[in-house]
Design a protein. Structure first.
Length: 406
């Protein structure tokens, strides 16, 4: 009798995350140009700006992940392509930030290894995080697991066997990979798993060690970051959760693209009610879909977007400028877009408002990209009748929806 051959299934969550990032290829000059969580929303390779190689690298990575190919396979297929396009060896390149030429290492076997390892580990971390979120009711804990050999960073070894709830804020920063070539992982546990590990005399710890912080300056932007010792600059975030959120948002965008408008509000509202959205308000990273766009308004605004996006940069501005807006306020954004009281255009901006029973207005400003493919919320706040009348009295204002007399 023939023995059945077991073929491992491709890591669907990890693939989904990598494909979502690949829809936003972003050539950069230096790795600091796209810092930390920004990497989760895009696919980029340092020193790729000015070379037509980013899509080649992404396609080969995607094939490697989906087909279970090795680093050797990846490098063998990609090397001649990069060499033919001139992205190989040490060359003089122009820094777009300064306009100056400087020597830089482009393609090499070592660089391909770094690109392969970093992207594969981030993709798998995101796939694992998606699984952690799905199963956290049954398996509510995560265990930090380090490879205990002479290649492991001492600070990573200190965190081996640290067990904390999935939603613990410690994982906002200390979630592997925590640096270049970090081999640490997270493992989900149930209470029964914890009891079993302790019965086997595994020394679990349930209080995180105190972080020693070190200031690091991003020379490309001038930003100063306080980073725990043991984490490499650029890795002081949760790459798994950030990547999983990108994949969820991408899946929602795809559903929205083919859904009738009547179904957009519940689709977006589900995301806005999620724990991930609450964390986004506390610590903005990436972006969130927040407001459906009625077809008539989309046409007037010149956008094909079905849903308006709230970016991390705008959310940070909101927290500074409009701290009075609560989580409950933000969770009304889907209904504001679906059933506005008043909508008008003023130049490149679209204003969407809902009148409240207490006489105030919730006011959303949105703007489309130059290509018309996306729309972003630029401001969200309360407004009075006087504010609204003042805005409507401006020259060139075009009213699109007006239900004030209904």
């Amino acid at each position: 009798m023939a023995t059945a051959q077991l073929i491992p299934l491709p890591p669907e969550d990890a693939i989904r995350v990598l494909l979502a990032r690949g829809r936003r290829p972003s050539p950069t000059f230096a790795w600091q140009d796209a810092y930390a969580a920004h990497h989760a929303a895009m696919f980029t390779v340092a020193k790729s700006a000015g070379f037509d190689i980013l899509q080649d690298i992404f396609n080969t990575l995607s094939k490697a992940l989906q087909e279970g190919r090795t680093l050797r396979d990846f490098a063998r297929e990609l090397t001649p392509v990069l060499q033919a396009k001139g992205w190989w060896g040490r060359q003089m390149v122009t820094d777009p930030l300064t306009g100056e030429q400087q020597p830089a290492q482009l393609g090499s076997l070592r660089r391909l290894e770094t690109i392969f390892n970093a992207n594969m580990r981030v993709s798998y971390a995101a796939g694992h995080w998606a699984n952690f979120e799905r199963n956290k009711r049954a398996r509510p804990f995560l265990r930090y697991v380090a490879i205990r050999d002479d290649r492991t960073r001492p600070e990573h070894l200190r965190r081996h066997n640290l067990v904390l709830p999935v939603d613990h804020p410690y994982w906002d920063v200390w979630a592997p990979p925590c640096g270049w070539n970090c081999r640490c992982t997270l493992q989900s546990l149930s209470q029964r798993d914890i009891d079993q590990l302790q019965a086997e005399r595994e020394e679990l710890r349930f209080e995180p060690p105190v972080d020693e912080l070190k200031s690091w300056v991003n020379k490309r932007t001038g930003e100063v970051h306080d980073i725990p010792v043991g984490i490499d600059p650029g890795w002081n975030y949760n790459p798994g959760r950030a990547g999983a959120n990108v994949a969820i948002n991408e899946a929602l965008a795809q559903k929205a693209a083919g859904a009738p408008f009547e179904l957009l509000e519940p689709l977006v509202a589900e995301r806005v009610r999620s724990d991930a959205f609450a964390r986004f308000l506390e610590k903005p990273e990436g972006s969130m879909p927040v407001m459906p766009i009625p077809p008539a308004i989309a046409e007037a605004a010149g956008t094909a977007a079905r849903v308006a996006i709230l970016s991390a940069d705008t959310m940070q501005k909101q927290l500074r400028r409009h701290p009075e807006m609560t989580l409950a306020d933000y969770r009304t954004l889907p209904s504001i877009g679906a059933n506005p009281t008043l909508v008008f255009r003023d130049g490149a901006n679209t204003f969407v408002l809902v009148k409240l029973d207490d006489g105030r207005w919730r006011y959303v400003a949105a703007k489309t990209t130059k290509t018309g493919k996306a729309a972003f919320v630029t401001s969200f706040r309360y407004a009075s009748d006087e504010n609204v009348q003042r805005m409507l009295s401006r020259d060139n204002v075009k009213v699109l929806v007006d239900k004030r007399g209904k």
